[in-house]
Ligand binder design. Structure first.
Ligand SMILES: Cc1cc2nc3c(=O)[nH]c(=O)nc-3n(C[C@H](O)[C@H](O)[C@H](O)COP(=O)(O)OP(=O)(O)OC[C@H]3O[C@@H](n4cnc5c(N)ncnc54)[C@H](O)[C@@H]3O)c2cc1C
Length: 438
């Protein structure tokens, strides 16, 4: 045991390796370790054949695959090289990156051309999520939430006047809507909000707090789900309102200390007697929960895509590393069956779940995707990918602990895919319903 008076042990970090005070044998390890981390990073950034590309090429028509490739190339060029800096400086997605995504049209993917969008479909959005999440879920969720949670309720339930007023700027990335469903006291039990809206003449007065609002930092408006008839039937007690973030009485604060989706903005938004006109209602009065739930069906496919983007990165990282890392009698660890086992399981999970997700996208486009189907694919993709990430880190060993290696980022971010847009355990309540019918 070291005496209490002994000087503190030096910390072994990649950056410190060159001046390490460790004895030669450890120093050699540290240098080897740093080189591995660098080589690993480089391998993931280079144009290696990604397994996800192989599967998507087989699953998609050529125009869709070409679209995925352009998102992938953007992600490699504009996101991957900056991620470590953004993480180490603890900054949110920089404005320049949001602007670049706007110029690429990512904020208007499934918005109709008549409103200034790209006229694509939800599958395009999921493909963009897969491509960007390969490097960073944080960055992918920024246009992802802006479109699938922000603009989507407007597309689904907005009046023509509301669409004309907002969709062109949303499609151009000049405006952002956030999805105000969750509250400090209302997470999974979201049908009965504590935020209230009370009629006052031809206006409504909103009070309370929303939290976990993704993109709040950049938001121009928030879609607030508020209680409007506490005596109504369950699911018919609330209404959605489009509220400008600069309205009198709206106060936003970034929720600090989040160690997942670190470059994504997550805000708490307070409503202190905020007044809005009647035409701020989105959808029908007392039908707000339907607006939210309908929106979430598509959102869950996007979250499933984020999980698979992370899994795809981890699979490529591991298979490269397993061939490079030499242990025991000069063998790459990729020769050990238990290491192969994990890699093969990741490969099977990626192909199977991508196939399932693309099938769900087709059903979504046809308007036949049920709530249970959307919930199931989200539950399974998030659970399988996050479970496998732990095994992936284990087979890469200690190097996995470093931000530079990339796996720890995906490990942390995958947790959000388990709880976001309906926690997996709560969603199983929905999934079990048809199973309980005789
Ligand atoms: C990074 C991040 C971003 C988010 N972005 C948004 C956003 O933009 N807009 C928004 O409105 N919300 C957002 N959310 C909120 C998210 O949707 C909620 O976290 C989620 O709905 C779960 O709510 P909760 O965290 O309050 O957990 P709780 O509801 O408190 O549940 C805790 C746990 O209890 C269990 N549980 C709860 N209910 C049940 C049930 N019926 N059956 C079985 N088990 C159950 C589950 O294990 C669950 O995970 C975000 C969350 C995160 C972490």
């Amino acid at each position: 045991m070291r005496p209490a008076s002994a000087p503190p042990l030096p910390m072994l970090t990649i950056a410190a390796a060159a001046v390490s005070p460790y004895p030669a044998c450890l120093r050699a390890n540290a240098c080897h370790f740093a080189a591995l981390a660098r080589r690993g990073l480089a391998a993931s950034l280079s144009r290696m054949a990604r397994r996800i590309d192989t599967y998507l090429q087989a699953l998609l028509p050529s125009d869709k695959f070409a679209f995925y490739e352009s998102c992938r190339d953007f992600s490699d060029a504009e996101i991957a090289p900056h991620l470590l800096d953004w993480e180490r400086q603890h900054v949110l997605v920089p404005d320049s990156c949001i602007e670049a995504m706007g110029q690429l049209g990512l904020f208007g993917l499934p918005i109709q051309e008549q409103y200034g969008g790209q006229g694509g479909d939800h599958t395009d959005l999921v493909l963009m999520g897969l491509a960007l999440a390969y490097h960073s879920q944080s960055v992918a969720i920024t246009p992802g939430a802006a479109v699938s949670l922000g603009a989507k309720p407007l597309q689904l339930c907005g009046t023509e006047a509301q669409k004309k007023a907002h969709l062109p700027d949303l499609a151009a990335g000049k405006r952002m809507f956030v999805f105000g469903l969750s509250e400090p006291g209302r997470g999974s039990d979201a049908a009965n909000p504590e935020v209230t809206a009370v009629k006052k003449g031809d206006r409504w007065v909103i009070r309370g707090e929303k939290c976990w609002s993704t993109n709040a930092r950049w938001a121009s408006h928030i879609v607030v789900h508020a209680l409007t008839d506490q005596n109504g039937k369950n699911g018919r007690r609330s209404t959605c309102f489009i509220v400008p973030m600069d309205a009198k009485g709206v106060h936003y604060q970034e929720m600090k200390g989040k160690k997942v989706w670190e470059q994504s903005s997550t805000g708490s938004v307070m409503f202190d007697n905020v007044e809005v006109p009647h035409d701020a209602i989105l959808g029908a009065e007392n039908d707000g929960f339907k607006v939210m739930v309908t929106t979430l069906n598509g959102g869950r496919l996007f979250i499933a895509g984020l999980a698979l983007g992370s899994l795809a990165f981890a699979l490529d990282k591991c298979r490269v590393y397993a061939e490079e890392r030499i242990q025991f009698d000069n063998q790459p660890i990729g020769r050990f069956q238990r290491v192969q086992d994990v890699i093969v399981d990741m490969d099977i999970a990626l192909e199977r779940n991508l196939t399932w997700l693309m099938h769900c996208c087709k059903l979504f486009e046809a308007g036949t995707l049920s709530r249970e189907q959307a919930a199931k694919v989200k539950v399974d993709c998030s659970r399988v990918a996050s479970d496998l990430l732990v095994s992936a880190m284990e087979i890469c060993g200690g190097v996995s602990c470093f931000d530079e290696f990339g796996l720890i980022r995906h490990h942390n971010d995958l947790f959000v895919t388990r709880v976001g847009e309906g926690s997996n355990f709560a969603l199983k309540d929905l999934i079990v319903r048809p199973l309980r019918q005789a």
